[in-house]
Design a protein around this ligand. Structure first.
Ligand code: MLT
Length: 263
């Protein structure tokens, strides 16, 4: 897979197709492979790019805190490295959505449309943030298994382990091979992320909000509310899917993305 040099970082990315750019940004603690069901179908009409954020997949790992703003700036750097000057469709899932808010504000001129999948606008409560900081220390001491055990039961619709064991196993494998240092940095970054829940009117750009019906992390009622408050928001719910809707039901998610990209 290709690698782009962005400052001191090496960012790993997958790329397919040509045309308007669709940038796919993964959730925590995953990598570009969570978009495996999107790359081929959506490349019929788009140049689809799915990257590993710093600290994840095969990209460089940096210690300390990886803020959502830093991830967004890394992605702007990736677009520079690929000499992409046209505005892109930015699609982020969960943590990738936290990055999307930052990208939209910090790199407005580079954004054509926004897709927010299974994500939240609200910041962590003080308790949730403290819990993340504790988890970061635990992961550094004990390894990635700590987050795999905590996250896996929340990621998929209740029936997925029986009906879609391959995607559950693949997701677990990605988590287990993720760097504990990268995981801890992102946990610290998520703990201090900004609250955009009362600032959604600032995101005046065509926006698609996608949510799995059984999402336990970013529930449908909350996501529908985000879509309603976005000046140009549109909401699509993926029946039967959980937090990992793009993996669980790629056909429906791709249909929603393709319709929105075309419109
Ligand atoms: C994700 O899927 O990226 C995480 O659930 C985000 C989070 O922990 O808030």
């Amino acid at each position: 897979m290709p690698v782009a040099n962005v400052g001191d970082l090496r960012l790993n990315y997958a790329e397919r197709g040509s045309g308007p750019v669709l940038l796919l940004v993964h959730g925590f603690p995953l990598d570009h492979s969570m978009w495996s069901g999107q790359m081929e179908p959506l490349s019929a009409t788009h140049r689809v790019i799915a990257t590993d954020l710093r600290g994840f997949g095969a990209s460089s790992v940096t210690a300390g805190t990886a803020t959502m703003a830093q991830f967004a700036d890394d992605l702007a750097g990736l677009l520079d490295a690929l000499q992409i000057t046209q505005p892109v469709i930015f699609c982020g899932l969960s943590m990738g959505g936290y990055v999307a808010w930052q990208f939209a504000l910090r790199h407005r001129g580079r954004l054509a449309k926004l897709i927010l999948a299974d994500t939240r606008a609200i910041a962590d409560s003080p308790d949730a943030a403290a819990g993340r900081l504790k988890t970061a220390e635990k992961v550094l001491a004990e390894g990635a298994q700590v987050v795999a055990d905590a996250m896996l039961p929340k990621l998929f619709a209740p029936e997925a382990p029986a009906k879609q064991p391959a995607i559950v196993a693949a997701t677990k494998a990605v988590m287990l091979k993720t760097s504990p240092v990268g995981i801890a940095a992102a946990l610290r970054g998520m703990a201090e992320r900004e609250d955009f829940s009362s600032r959604l009117s600032e995101f005046n750009v065509p926006a698609l909000v996608i949510c799995g019906q059984h999402d336990a992390i970013a529930p449908p009622a909350e996501m529908r509310g985000i879509a309603e408050k976005l000046p140009q928001g549109k909401y699509v719910e993926i029946a039967g899917a959980g937090h990992m809707a793009p993996l669980e039901d790629p056909a429906e998610v791709n249909r929603a993305i393709a319709d929105f990209a075309r419109g």
